[in-house]
Design a protein around this ligand. Structure first.
Ligand code: COA
Length: 141
């Protein structure tokens, strides 16, 4: 595979939006480019993976910088999956959290991605195994 360059920065929205759409998540959320730019700009830490000038991977942490950190939006371009890019991104995100001594480093996984997270440094939490959320569609206006 061609050389992958890892850069700790917020990607341009024109690079990132197609990568985000590749997940299919936006079929439900229907976020605009402006929404997504706002979300990634509010990240605590971000890692991009580039092959030449193409953004092929991304991951980010949202955090208070002390107590809680959530690893979210790990995305690798389908053409570049299963080459270790996602794992390398998650490892760097965890390392960055540890550098700041953040105590609770968490991620939400589906059944399908649990194997990936396990191999990237996470373990299923024995203390807090049930992820809880408020389900709503975003409402009107
Ligand atoms: C999940 C995802 C980020 C994995 O990225 P990737 O670059 O293909 O993963 P890697 O090649 O770094 O895989 C690391 C390890 O996890 C394993 N792995 C990767 N995807 C896996 C999966 N879906 N299920 C089980 N194991 C998986 C790999 O085999 C590899 O194992 P190894 O270290 O023994 O060789 C990628 O498939 C993706 O972008 N999916 C769509 C978005 C998504 O679901 N993101 C995660 C939730 S935020």
């Amino acid at each position: 595979m061609r050389e992958v360059r890892y850069v700790e920065q917020i990607p341009s929205i024109d690079d990132y939006f197609p990568l985000f759409l590749s997940t299919g998540w936006n079929d439900q959320y229907k976020f605009t480019k402006v929404d997504i730019l706002k979300s990634i700009s509010n990240s605590w830490f971000t890692v991009c993976a580039y092959v030449e000038n193409d953004l092929v991977g991304f991951g980010r942490v949202i955090s208070d910088g002390v107590h809680h950190a959530f690893v979210v939006d790990i995305i690798v371009d389908p053409d570049y999956q299963r080459h270790g890019i996602g794992k390398r991104i998650v490892e760097r995100l965890i390392e960055k959290c540890k550098e700041s001594k953040i105590r609770d480093i968490q991620a939400f996984s589906t059944e399908e991605t649990a194997g990936f997270y396990s191999k990237s440094g996470f373990e299923i939490s024995a203390h807090n195994p049930l992820g809880m959320q408020v389900s709503y569609t975003g409402g009107e206006g």
